[in-house]
Design a protein around this ligand. Structure first.
Ligand SMILES: NC(=O)c1ccc[n+]([C@@H]2O[C@H](COP(=O)([O-])OP(=O)(O)OC[C@H]3O[C@@H](n4cnc5c(N)ncnc54)[C@H](O)[C@@H]3O)[C@@H](O)[C@H]2O)c1
Length: 454
């Protein structure tokens, strides 16, 4: 698929800034910005609990209708009172394809924007949008979200929301200045098993929580070399950065169990990567004349990051997207009353069973299944999208907007969960040295309740 020359120029720019940053001591730059929590500007204040007037429908604009964005078009069309009003992609055929999906569902044709890499600004300027979805390569997430918020729209960003600490702060500061929602679309927080675990944790079945484990362990070798989708841009990150490049799918749900930004916070982390082998092996299997044979990779096949929280809990987060292996997000939460773990989902509750896992997860779904999943299960399963979690996330998000309620996930969550990407890179670059995690809430985490039962 053809890419605009502008898109390449921005990538090249990012590439050269990354090289400069590396030359200047990447790790130092990351660690410095992590330690310093910038003061709020005049007129800027916390957006915890931010609510709005109820609305009759949710009018959506979407930037990026490649693999993820086009799938979300289908999900959003399955939700009542959602209208897709505008679509943007630098590839015009993709805009057309999604326009047709919308009209086939009986909605008017959304206005299309495909005149180059900055045409998204025109979409953001429309006054008939409530929220702008951002489903583009990672380097575009923050400029697009900031543009949406500065134009008065809420921003919903794909994962990870940001890839540097400065970008994380930019999201937080812009949301606080513009008073807009800025949510990261962490769909895994709405998986049926994750919501079951959240419910069991909140019901106190695990007692005092002490430790969690999370990961994104997904063999993406084929995707990383697919030139029609993420392979166009995502492989480049493996050539530039060594760390956890995709932390939030596993980390988001366990951060919610632990009440990160709501009673606890990430304090510091250390990160260690294995050597790199698998992507190079894939590269070496390409034909001799393929220009991609020149690429060199630095991201270790397995990255393991350990986070210590302010309350003293520990979290292990892993990243492996190039090794042959079955899929897992690990999804483990442990406390004084027992332990829950996924892949496959299993339970151990102290004093209630012999000392072995109970794999009969259905029993727990029936007893402790999350009320939100129970409410929308039929629609979620029918809609599909990662086992229904895409529907539940988007249903819940649009429901909160319709009712004017605060959202489940805040800009502080988007920043904290995404920050593990650059912080792990900084720690690896410093020989696994400890790196301080910024407090994006500027102390508010102490006063906030953990996410409750919705
Ligand atoms: N939550 C999930 O389960 C999930 C799954 C897949 C991908 N993602 C995330 O979704 C995002 C997109 O991934 P993808 O797989 O769809 O990638 P993709 O390459 O298939 O799609 C990205 C689209 O963005 C377009 N684009 C690039 N620059 C643009 C610009 N300046 N203006 C407008 N459009 C532009 C591209 O043409 C492409 O169509 C990434 O952040 C990825 O991490 C999330």
């Amino acid at each position: 698929m053809k890419q605009s020359k502008h898109s390449i120029s921005r990538r090249d720019f990012l590439h050269s800034t990354a090289t400069l940053a590396a030359a200047a001591g990447f790790a130092g730059a990351f660690a410095r910005s992590a330690a310093a929590e910038p003061a709020r500007h005049h007129g800027q204040s916390s957006v915890f609990g931010q609510s709005f007037s109820p609305m009759e429908k949710v009018r959506v604009g979407i930037i990026g209708v490649g693999g993820r964005g086009s799938s979300l078009v289908h999900t959003l069309l399955d939700i009542e009172k959602v209208e897709i009003k505008a679509l943007c992609d630098i590839v015009p055929e993709r805009v057309k394809r999604s326009q047709q999906v919308v009209t086939r569902k009986g909605q008017p044709e959304p206005v299309g924007y495909s005149k180059g890499e900055t045409d998204f600004e025109n979409l953001c300027r429309r006054d008939d949008l409530d929220i702008v979805y951002i489903d583009t390569p990672w380097e575009w997430h923050v400029p697009m979200a900031v543009c949406a918020m500065k134009n008065g729209r809420h921003a919903a960003i794909e994962v990870p929301a940001a890839t540097t600490i400065d970008e994380c702060w930019e999201l937080v500061n812009t949301a606080e200045k513009t008073r807009r929602h800025c949510i990261m679309l962490e769909n895994c927080c709405y998986g049926e098993t994750e919501m079951l675990f959240l419910n069991m944790v909140r019901l106190g079945l695990l007692g005092e929580l002490t430790h969690a484990e999370a990961g994104y362990l997904h063999d993406l070798r084929a995707v990383l070399y697919d030139q029609t989708s993420e392979g166009n841009w995502r492989r480049r990150y493996h050539a530039r950065l060594d760390g956890n490049l995709y932390p939030t799918h596993g980390l988001g749900p366990v951060a919610q169990y632990l009440g990160i930004n709501g009673g606890d916070k990430f304090d510091h982390l250390v990160s260690l990567s294995s050597l790199e082998h698998s992507l190079s092996k894939q590269r070496d299997a390409l034909p001799n004349n393929d220009p991609r044979r020149m690429e060199k990779f630095v991201c270790g096949d397995m990255n393991t990051t350990l986070i210590k929280t302010a309350l003293g809990r520990s979290i292990k987060v892993q990243h492996s997207v190039t090794s042959p292996r079955p899929y897992s997000r690990i999804n483990l939460i442990s406390g004084t009353g027992g332990i829950l773990c996924d892949y496959p989902p299993r339970v151990f509750l102290d004093g209630q069973q012999p000392e072995e896992w109970d794999n009969n997860i259905q029993k727990y779904h029936e007893k402790y299944g999350h009320p939100l999943w129970k409410k929308v299960r039929e629609l979620a399963v029918k809609s599909g999208g990662h086992g229904g979690m895409d529907f539940v996330l988007n249903w819940r998000l649009t429901q909160c907007l319709l009712e004017g309620q605060a959202l489940d996930m805040t800009v502080y969550d988007a920043a904290a969960w995404s920050s593990v990407f650059p912080l792990s890179v900084a720690s690896v670059a410093k020989g696994s040295a400890p790196v301080q995690c910024p407090d994006f809430t500027r102390g508010e985490w102490k006063r906030q309740p953990p996410l409750g039962i919705v």
